[in-house]
Each structure stands twice: as structure tokens, then as C-alpha cells.
Design a protein around this ligand. Structure first.
Ligand SMILES: Cc1cc2nc3c(=O)[nH]c(=O)nc-3n(C[C@H](O)[C@H](O)[C@H](O)COP(=O)(O)OP(=O)(O)OC[C@H]3O[C@@H](n4cnc5c(N)ncnc54)[C@H](O)[C@@H]3O)c2cc1C
Length: 475
């Protein structure tokens, strides 16, 4: 959108929203303002001119009216976990959804309504009260908003698909300020766009999800190994690929976490069933002799808390993503580990960084063709992710370049994806400067036409990759 109106008096927002429960915070508001601009990654902290903590769709519409009239740059904050600054802005307005965290469960219909600023913790806990669960993020302090709008992988994905595959409808405030519902039957084209590229189309104030019975506890937890076990772990991942029935997940990768700060291989195992069956399924890993075994039978709502602390809020961070196919060659993985480890070991404060192979079964995901929603990452491959953590800002560019190159190498096995397969790039792990075609593939053209229909002035341009393209009608 056009550059900021230099004359805009941001304090006028306080008067405008005076009669609502919304809160407007400005740099002069001290601690409360400082807290409101905190993000999961330190390098995404930016000094907004005003943070508008909305409490209703009407607050969002009223704020957007000012944004349109005065051409003010803005962004939307859900859980604040984007590592590319998508939910923060220098000088403009942040529409902050953190006061909209209400969750209601319809136990009979098995549906969950979550407000736009909800965290997965809110959903997991409320659903569990009714013996239910839905597909959500694996670290429960991430936002429902960003995670769902970009796709959404979780432990239950092998059984029920992505978060968007279980999204029944959204209530969304469009760039015009109009409040609409999008579902298979109401504004279906908008619903198609929202499921994968949602951040480009408006502010979602309510998500409605399909839920499933999840009264039984699950068997899960990390097993830690020394790196000399990499070949056998890769052999097990290759076996996992053929023996899982969608009720298991295996996320394995490299790190050198405190207190030892020594290189290890971390295997997060998950089995949606009994301890006995889980132990039998992952027997090959247990027999390898982990140096630490933190697996146990836990209630489902505890599952997504396991990495909350490891994935804490301090430091600069960056996610990156690619794709890999199984089976993998153990020698190839040993080589990747050597490169990752050498880089991390030679830079101070990077021990908590990770290279993770997210072996979340994809058969259920691939029951939906890529053209059915804007999300374009369905295929016969898994996501590989880097999560770099560091403290020295002078390393930013070096880390970005290293991450990109490492992921390129780690993704070599997925270069032979089938033609109708996905892009091999999960949008929520991709940097903002990644080309729209790399994230949305053949769906870009339709997305840009819908962008023209729903946001022709490209108001939702912050951190997004799409530009409005008018539909050309050929007679
Ligand atoms: C620790 C950690 C764990 C993760 N685990 C997983 C995982 O298990 N599975 C997975 O799929 N991904 C995972 N991710 C990636 C995650 O999907 C993205 O980081 C996602 O952007 C987080 O959403 P958020 O709402 O917290 O982020 P934010 O930074 O608040 O938002 C991200 C983007 O979404 C927009 N947005 C947020 N809410 C709304 C809304 N209601 N309406 C319109 N736009 C909105 C923002 O404007 C921004 O563009 C993880 C990330 C982290 C940091």
C-alpha cells in the first residue's frame, strides 16, 4: 500500500475506540507498550507507532477504516511467532489479536470455535475438557492464526490431515472493513484462498475447526542419542515410512542443547495409542540405547507443551524449510550433520539451533489435491526445517545464507517430485522474499485474481508475496 501518512495522529485511535474494550498502546505508554511489541524472535521486535489490541470484528473494521483513509502501513499479530517479522512493523499500526483468545466447543457437533488471537494452548485445553482434539501446532504457545492460515502440521496430521483440512469456516474482516464468513458454501473462493494464503486476504476473527474424540492418552517424548547412531536412526526413519499407519509421527534432528552443549540427535516419537504399542512400534530406537529417554504416556493436551521451554522466547531466530524423500542414504545424512555441526560449533551462542526432519505421515494430506485449496505443499515428501537461534546481530546474513544452502542440500532427494505434486516449500517456514511461485506453484494465478477481487489495493501486503491481478476475460 502507499506510504504512511506522515501527519496521522495515532492518539486519535484512542478516542476512536474509546467506547469499546479495545486498547491502543503507543511508545509513550511504557511497559505495556514494550511488552506488546515482544515477538518470539528478538530480531522481529519493531517499534510500531500504535498497537491496537482489538476485541471484536467491529474494532478491526474501525481500525482498518483509519488505515485506508490515511494510508497507514500496518500488520496483523496472531501469536507473534513469525521469524520474518510478518507480525511486526516499524512506525505503522499493529492490529493485535491477543485479546481475542476465546474458545468454545460444541461437544455434540464436535466443532471448536477459536477467536483470531488464540494460541494452540487455548484450543488444546478447552477441547480436552470435552475429550476432543483437533490438528494443531506442536509447540502450544504458537498462534492458531498464522499457523492455520499457512497450512498447519501437527502430531494428528497423519490421521486427520493439516489444520486447514479440518477448518470448517472463518469469520474474516476484509480490506474494505466488511465482515464476512468464508466456508465451502459461503464465499467459497475466499475460503479456497484463506486455506494456505490467508494472511493476504483479511483479518480472521474466528476459526471453526472439526474436532475428534481424543479421550485416550498418547505415548510420546524425546529420545536423545549420540551422533554415532545417525546411520541406524536413518534406517529406522526409512522403515517408519513404510510401517506407520498414520497414528505415529517421528521428528528427528540435530542440535547441541544446554547444559552439555554437545552434539546430539533428538528423536521426538509419537504414538496415538498405548505405551505398549508405542514401545513396540519404536522398538528399534529404544534398542539403540538412547542416552536419555523422556518418553511416557501423557494426556494429549500435554503433548504440545513438551517443547515449550526449548522453543522459548529469547534470542534471534530463523526458520527455514525444504523437503526430503524417504528412504534417505545414511551417509548423506552423516554428511549433513557434519556441515550443520561445524557451523554451529564455530559460532558462539548457536547451540540450541536445529536441523529437523519432520517425518509426519503424508498419506492423509495427499488425499486432498493441491488445487483444492491455495495451500500447495502436498506431495510424496516430508518437510525438513532449520531453526537457527543466535544472539549476535552481525551474524544475521551469514546465518540466512548458510541456512538456505544447507536446506538446498537437504532437499536434494525431493527434487524428483511428481509433476502434480507440491512445491516442496511450506509457506510458514519460507522467508518473505521467496517468490510466490515457489510457495503457491500453479495456484498463484488464481490467488492473484482473488487478491484483486478481495483486496485490490493490496492492503494486506505486509510480509506477503501476492499482488492483485485483474481477471482477464477472453471472449
Ligand atoms: C516454536 C515454533 C513452533 C512451530 N511449530 C509448528 C508446527 O508444529 N506446525 C506448523 O505447521 N508450523 C509450526 N511453526 C511455524 C508457524 O506455523 C508459523 O511461525 C506461524 O506464522 C505462527 O503463527 P502466529 O500466529 O504465532 O504468528 P504471527 O507472527 O502472529 O503471524 C504470522 C502471520 O500470520 C498473520 N496472522 C496471524 N493471525 C492472523 C489472523 N487471525 N488473521 C489474519 N492474519 C493473521 C500475521 O499477520 C503474519 O503475517 C512453528 C513456529 C515456531 C516459532
Amino acid at each position: 500500500m502507499a506510504s504512511a501518512s506522515t501527519n496521522f495522529d495515532y492518539s486519535s485511535l484512542k478516542q476512536l475506540l474509546n467506547d469499546t474494550h479495545a486498547q491502543v498502546l503507543m511508545p509513550t505508554d511504557g511497559d505495556e507498550y514494550e511488552k506488546s511489541i515482544v515477538r518470539w524472535s528478538e530480531h522481529c521486535i519493531k517499534r510500531a507507532a500504535a498497537v491496537v489490541k482489538v476485541t471484536s470484528p467491529d474494532d478491526v473494521s474501525a481500525t482498518l477504516a483509519q488505515i485506508r483513509e490515511h494510508k497507514i502501513p500496518f500488520t496483523v499479530r496472531g501469536g507473534g511467532h513469525s521469524t520474518f517479522g510478518a507480525a511486526s512493523i516499524e512506525d505503522g499500526i499493529v492490529i493485535d489479536l491477543s485479546k481475542m483468545r476465546n474458545v468454545t466447543v460444541d461437544a455434540k457437533a464436535q466443532t471448536i470455535k477459536a477467536e483470531g488471537g488464540t494460541l494452540w494452548e487455548d484450543v488444546d485445553l478447552e477441547a480436552a475438557k470435552h475429550g476432543l482434539a483437533t490438528v494443531g501446532g506442536t509447540v502450544n504457545h504458537t498462534g492458531v492464526g498464522g499457523l492455520t492460515l499457512g497450512g498447519g502440521y501437527g502430531y494428528l496430521t497423519g490421521r486427520y490431515g493439516l489444520a486447514i483440512d479440518n477448518l470448517l469456516s472463518v469469520d474474516i474482516v476484509l480490506a474494505s472493513g466488511k465482515q464476512v464468513t468464508a466456508s465451502e458454501t459461503s464465499n467459497p473462493d475466499l475460503f479456497w484462498a484463506v486455506r494456505g494464503a490467508g494472511q493476504n486476504f483479511g483479518v480472521v476473527t474466528t476459526f471453526t475447526f472439526q474436532a475428534y474424540p481424543q479421550a485416550n492418552p498418547v505415548f510420546a517424548g524425546p529420545l536423545i542419542f549420540l551422533p554415532d547412531k545417525i546411520p541406524q536412526i536413518v534406517e529406522f526413519a526409512n522403515k517408519f515410512h513404510t510401517i506407520n499407519d498414520g497414528n505415529q509421527a517421528l521428528v528427528w534432528g540435530f542440535s547441541a542443547p544446554p547444559p552439555a552443549n554437545a552434539p546430539v540427535v533428538l528423536c521426538q516419537i509419537f504414538h496415538n495409542g498405548t505405551e505398549e504399542d508405542g514401545k513396540a512400534f519404536f522398538a528399534d530406537l529404544f534398542e539403540l540405547g538412547p542416552i536419555a529417554d523422556m518418553s511416557s504416556l501423557i494426556p494429549y493436551e500435554k503433548l504440545n507443551t513438551m517443547f515449550n521451554q526449548t522453543a522459548g522466547f529469547d534470542g534471534r531466530k530463523q526458520f527455514g524449510g525444504g523437503a526430503f524423500k524417504l528412504p534417505l542414504d545414511p551417509g548423506f545424512v552423516v554428511q549433513l550433520h557434519a556441515e550443520f555441526n561445524a557451523f554451529v560449533a564455530s559460532h558462539e551462542g548457536m547451540n540450541e539451533s536445529m536441523l529437523a526432519f519432520e517425518t509426519i505421515p503424508y498419506n492423509k494430506i495427499n488425499e486432498v489435491p493441491n488445487e483444492c485449496m491455495s495451500f500447495s505443499n502436498r506431495g510424496d515428501y516430508y518437510n525438513v526445517a532449520t531453526m537457527f537461534k543466535w544472539f549476535d546481530s552481525s551474524l544475521d546474513n551469514e546465518i540466512r545464507t548458510f541456512s538456505r544452502n544447507l536446506l538446498k542440500k537437504a532437499s536434494e532427494t525431493a527434487s524428483s517430485r511428481s509433476k502434480d505434486g507440491g512445491v516442496g516449500q511450506y509457506a510458514n517456514y519460507a522467508a518473505m522474499d521467496v517468490d510466490a511461485n515457489d510457495v503457491f506453484g500453479p495456484n498463484v494465478k488464481k490467488l492473484e485474481e482473488l487478491k484483486h477481487k478481495y483486496d485490490s489495493d493490496n492492503l494486506f501486503s505486509h510480509g506477503t508475496r501476492l499482488t492483485p491481478r485483474p481477471l482477464v476475460v477472453v471472449n
